[in-house]
Ligand binder design. Structure first.
Ligand SMILES: Nc1ncnc2c1ncn2[C@@H]1O[C@H](COP(=O)(O)OP(=O)(O)OP(=O)(O)O)[C@@H](O)[C@H]1O
Length: 706
């Protein structure tokens, strides 16, 4: 019976793929036609070409992405409705007569696929999930939702969800379109306005649900979100690589995926400060410290200007210059005031002109003379240069300046920690400080480029070689969307999605808030997994970032990641150490409890258990270590030749990583090395260890020396 059902579905799926081929061919045709238009050689042709090539590229990207597992669902409704079965897929497709062949999973007509339950079947008799590889249907799994309906439908399989959850994990997250659960679907399709806040314990699908929500929004209001951009922010580069395939696999690329170290356009940081330093740099007090810093005189700038004018010796010394600086700062952002510097200095100098010969001339004469003097112009430029944020952040390396701007805001210990924290490269925590300074300083005034723009647009100019088209830029890679410039005015997005939000520092909330002033938001987090030690301060910063937007709360209550044995162990730990954890139900059991072992020889034990897990599990294995042991354990593992092919790259099956870096990730097997040390490493070490204990899908071993 099962084989017969599969064969029937295969016939339908074949029809859909044939239509997909046709759609792809017509998209290519459109691209070709567009390029032809570009050759006509007038501006209209170019614009049309860009629009057509862009549309075609978007269509092709969507069609390409949808290829794998294109058709994944079928709904049979009650017979009295007398409608043919509905097929649900990654994209929508119509046949040549414009009849629906496949419904996009995000379309209203597909909602019932996710929301119908036995308790409330909503007219659905049978929900069927098709399991495929490439274009081949491998099997079907059915749910009978309405046993009373009179039909001759066959029921096959025993639950697509459990089959999906038991699969071996690789290093990337996968889309869950086929098995989205009803409570998850509600969050995905939540009203677009304001803020959707999704909470839930470990493994409840917060991340994957949030990403499907981004895809849903792009579907529901493509114009708005594609134009304004969707920003997805996660804790680390490793995490962003883990999730980066989900949206493209749903056909969506108009999304900027950024880790917290990459939120500021053009900046990339991955180094993390020590927890104690991170606490200082992340605290809201830093906003005041930076405000004062951005008002300081340029540290190596000139301290005096002298000029002899007719009979007068005119001098601007430190005190006068300080007053002029404050006056300029009161007039607007520092960089924006560059245009007012010369005239303000001239005003101050003119007030010193007292001699008769000096006063014979007008102020305009005086001004004109100064503006042609090289020494004056050089002085003005050096005294009030256009400042970029990294330069000003660098001022804080000077202990005297740091002490001056921190006075009364940071305590001595915080100042000491900051003073020795600055490294060769920016840390993740520095990025939010940098962003704060960008806004305090302002963009420099735009230089007038005259008629350059007009020249660029001239299609007659045969020397004009176009390097990229809009579609090249958008579809260049998985992290597609970028703002048009690095200027603060282009920082805003139409939607901001924050994952692992419980870890954001107040300064990071400020940074994101500036990107989402007019945006809708999705915020995802679990307070018990927080590694930020001052939650009340972060809550205030979050509220400020969101302003008066309405917040819609959603809660997820089932853990789909961990086996129940592993999650019971983690939950018992959370209770024992007093974490106020949101404890979901874990639905899948393996019959294998985690092993807590005390060992004499740590290296030999890691080797033994890694060998065992890597041998018995098909998917990924993580070795989680205290930060202080990262180098040592990494050396061990790379010296064991048998794992050489499976370690060493970001895609490897076996990875060694510190506790904090496991946030958001999952592995089939986990070896936890010295859990007590992980707990003791930071004030929030218990939350970190709880995160570590909730990463494994199948097996977990903890190793402790006596
Ligand atoms: N409806 C579903 N069908 C299939 N798999 C699912 C479903 N919901 C969640 N999962 C899987 O459960 C795992 C956990 O999901 P996810 O990482 O999104 O959880 P999370 O709540 O963000 O976890 P954490 O807070 O612990 O990082 C993933 O492998 C995800 O694919």
């Amino acid at each position: 019976m099962a084989a017969r059902e599969v064969a029937q579905e295969q016939a339908y799926v074949d029809t859909v793929y044939a239509q997909l081929e046709k759609a792809a061919a017509s998209a290519q045709e459109l691209a070709k036609e567009g390029l032809e238009r570009g050759r006509i050689g007038n501006e209209g042709g170019l614009v049309e070409r860009d629009a057509m090539v862009y549309q075609a590229a978007r269509r092709m990207a969507t069609l390409d992405a949808a290829h794998e597992g294109l058709v994944f669902g079928r709904l049979d409704l009650r017979p009295e409705r007398d409608v043919p079965p509905r097929y649900i897929g990654r994209i929508g497709l119509r046949d040549d007569d414009y009849d629906t062949l496949l419904i996009d999973w995000r379309a209203p007509a597909a909602a019932v696929f996710y929301q119908a339950t036995q308790h409330d079947p909503q007219g659905v008799v049978r929900r069927r999930i098709l399991r495929s590889r490439g274009v081949t249907v491998l099997g079907v799994e059915d749910d009978l939702l309405d046993a009373e309906a009179e039909t001759d439908l066959e029921i096959v399989g025993e639950g697509a969800l459990l089959a999906q959850l038991s699969r071996a994990r690789d290093r990337s997250m996968h889309s869950i379109v086929a098995t989205i659960q009803a409570e998850q679907d509600k969050a995905i399709r939540a009203p677009q306005k304001g803020v959707v806040s999704i909470s839930g314990g470990p493994g409840t699908g917060k991340t994957v649900v949030a990403l499907h929500r981004a895809a849903y929004l792009l579907y529901a209001d493509r114009r708005r979100y594609e134009r304004g951009g969707v920003l997805v922010v996660g804790p680390s580069g490793v995490f962003m690589r883990y999730i980066e395939r989900v949206l493209p696999s749903l056909g969506e690329t108009a999304v900027a995926l950024r880790s917290l170290g990459e939120v500021v356009d053009g900046v990339k940081a991955s180094r993390r400060d020590d927890p104690a330093v991170a606490e200082v740099k992340g605290s809201a007090s830093m906003a005041e410290v930076l405000r004062r810093t951005a008002r300081q005189a340029v540290p190596d700038g000139p301290g005096e200007y002298r000029v002899f004018y007719r009979d007068d010796n005119l001098v601007l010394g430190r005190r006068e210059l300080g007053a002029i600086r404050r006056q300029l700062l009161s007039m607007g952002l520092r960089n924006r005031s560059t245009t007012k510097v010369a005239s303000t200095l001239i005003d101050a100098l003119w007030r010193q002109v007292r001699s008769e010969r000096g006063r014979e001339r007008t102020k305009e004469d005086f001004s004109e003379e100064l503006r042609t003097r090289d020494d004056f112009l050089e002085f003005a430029a050096a005294w009030w240069p256009v400042l970029d944020a990294p330069t000003v952040l660098g001022w804080l390396r000077d202990p005297d300046l740091l002490a001056r701007v921190s006075e009364g805001v940071l305590d001595d210990e915080a100042v000491r920690l900051l003073a020795k924290s600055w490294g060769e490269t920016l840390s993740v925590e520095d990025v939010a400080l940098l962003d704060e300074l960008r806004y305090l300083l302002g963009d420099p005034p735009l230089v007038n480029t005259g008629s350059v723009d007009d020249e660029w647009l001239s299609a007659e100019d045969s020397s004009l070689v176009e390097v990229t088209t809009a579609s090249d830029r958008e579809y260049a890679g998985p992290r597609g969307w970028t703002p048009p410039t690095h200027r603060v005015e282009d920082d805003g997005f139409a939607h901001v999605l924050v994952d692992e939000a419980q870890d954001l520092t107040p300064m990071q909330w400020r940074m994101l808030g500036r990107r989402g002033r007019t945006a809708t938001w999705t915020i995802v987090g679990d307070a018990a997994q927080s590694s930020w030690p001052v939650p009340a301060e972060a809550r205030r910063a979050r509220a400020e970032a969101l302003g008066d937007k309405q917040v819609h709360e959603f809660h997820l209550s089932t853990n789909y990641r961990n086996s129940s044995e592993i999650y019971d162990f983690a939950a018992a730990y959370a209770e024992r150490v007093g974490l106020d954890a949101d404890l979901p139900d874990a639905v899948r059991s393996t019959g294998v409890a985690p092993a807590e072992l005390t060992v004499d020889d740590l290296e030999a034990a890691v080797h033994q258990h890694l060998t065992e897990l890597a041998g018995s599990l098909e998917g990924t294995v993580g070795i989680v270590v205290p930060v202080a042991r990262l180098g040592e354990v990494t050396r061990w593992v790379s010296s064991w030749g048998e794992f050489a092919d499976e370690t060493g790259t970001p895609e490897s099956r076996i990875v060694v990583l510190p506790g904090l870096d496991t946030k958001g990730l999952e592995f089939d097997g986990i070896v936890v090395v010295q859990p007590q040390e992980i707990e003791d490493e930071a004030p929030t070490g218990r939350a970190t260890l709880y995160v570590v204990y909730t990463r494994a899908t199948q097996r977990m071993v903890t190793l402790t020396t006596p």
